[in-house]
Design a protein around this ligand. Structure first.
Ligand SMILES: [Zn+2]
Length: 353
């Protein structure tokens, strides 16, 4: 029996992004964890021969010693079967929906250029921090000829997640007001739980949501899974198995999401100890993540996100070329009037609004 196509991605959020979100004033001075955590990620994924789309934050690719050691670490994703470098904004500010156009362009373009220059890869996908994806962002992506946006998290618990974030963090005043719109608000529930085409002016690009549990719309990304596992391994495994089964039953092409803390545990940096599931020992956490990834790899033919898109939708390939093509040769066909078509892959080739 052939396995349906799926994808796996990671938001490469560095420690400073979590500390800033939690209201820590010294967030910019705290050391990052990318070299340490990427080593573990590559080990675990390598064992299951899994590929990965990595959403990189531009701020971490700075032109100094810290930036260079981050770049070295990110280049070790070369040890994976396949990987894709994608754009996760410059400063990881989770309120792009409140920015003016100039700031949105800078957030996306600066990171785009830094990835091309330091990693030699041309990003074709974007995920907004805090799952924010207004048309103003899509317009910039379309100008840059991106193939997809991945900023939708169509969960039923977005309002709860947002409330938990607000309770846990020390944000005040304007920052607090902005944070109230995190996770896409209540409208996230009306979004499809499968990839669909979005039209912006005269061009289109694919929206590839972070897959949630079919029907219940509860999260199945790994931070939620390891959070469940910190209470009960059995409950977490049952939940994940159900999610995988429902995706297959409903023909939902899954795109699952990892974060660096999924590979960190109680022996690691105390700065992160406030984070859910950080009370688990590293060994236990890696064991449960490994178990889930193996089940995912057995059930689905897992690709990078651009790989999933190219292999599921006819017409994408000639538009974008190969995902790892040399950044020095960005011969981009025009995106205007582009029309993609979907086969039986579970992608929806009609506009959704
Ligand atoms: Zn992020």
């Amino acid at each position: 029996m052939t396995r349906p196509i799926a994808s796996l991605s990671m938001d490469l959020d560095n420690q400073w992004a979590y500390l800033r979100a939690a209201g820590r004033e010294d967030w910019a001075q705290r050391p990052g964890y990318l070299p340490q955590v990427i080593d573990r990620i590559v080990d675990v994924l390598g064992d299951s021969q899994l590929p990965l789309t990595v959403f990189v934050v531009g701020r971490d690719l700075s032109d100094d010693d810290v930036g260079r050691s981050n770049i070295d670490a990110i280049e070790s994703f070369d040890r994976l079967a396949d990987w894709e470098a994608a754009n996760h904004s410059l400063n990881h500010l989770p309120w792009m929906h409140t920015m003016d156009q100039e700031q949105i362009v800078s957030e996306i373009e600066t990171t785009h250029q830094r990835i091309a220059q330091s990693l030699g890869r041309r990003p074709l996908g974007f995920r907004g921090p805090g799952f924010s994806c207004p048309d103003s962002v899509l317009r910039v992506l379309s100008e840059l000829d991106y193939a997809y946006d991945a900023s939708i998290f169509p969960t039923s618990i977005a309002p709860i997640a947002r409330m938990a974030f607000l309770i846990k963090s020390d944000l005040k005043g304007e920052q607090r007001e902005r944070a109230k719109k995190l996770y896409g608000g209540f409208s996230s529930l009306r979004q499809p739980n499968r990839p669909f085409l979005r039209t912006i002016d005269d061009s289109q690009l694919w929206e590839m949501p972070v897959t949630v549990m079919p029907w219940t719309r509860t999260p199945i990304h790994f931070s939620y899974f390891t959070y469940l596992a910190s209470f009960s391994t059995l409950a977490a495994k049952t939940y994940f198995r159900t999610a995988i089964r429902l995706c297959r039953m409903t023909g939902t092409p899954p795109s699952l999401l990892l974060h660096p803390p999924d590979f960190l545990g109680s022996e690691d940096d105390h700065d992160m100890s406030y984070f859910p599931a950080m009370n688990m020992a590293v060994k236990d956490k890696l064991a449960i993540v490994r178990w889930a990834l193996e089940l995912y790899a057995e059930t689905f033919d897992v690709r990078t996100m651009i790989g999933q898109l190219r292999d599921s939708v006819a017409g994408v390939d000639e538009r974008i070329g190969g995902p790892n093509r040399d950044a020095d040769h960005p011969s981009l066909p025009s995106h205007a009037g582009h029309r993609a078509t979907a086969d039986s892959s579970g992608f929806v080739a009609t506009d959704h609004d």
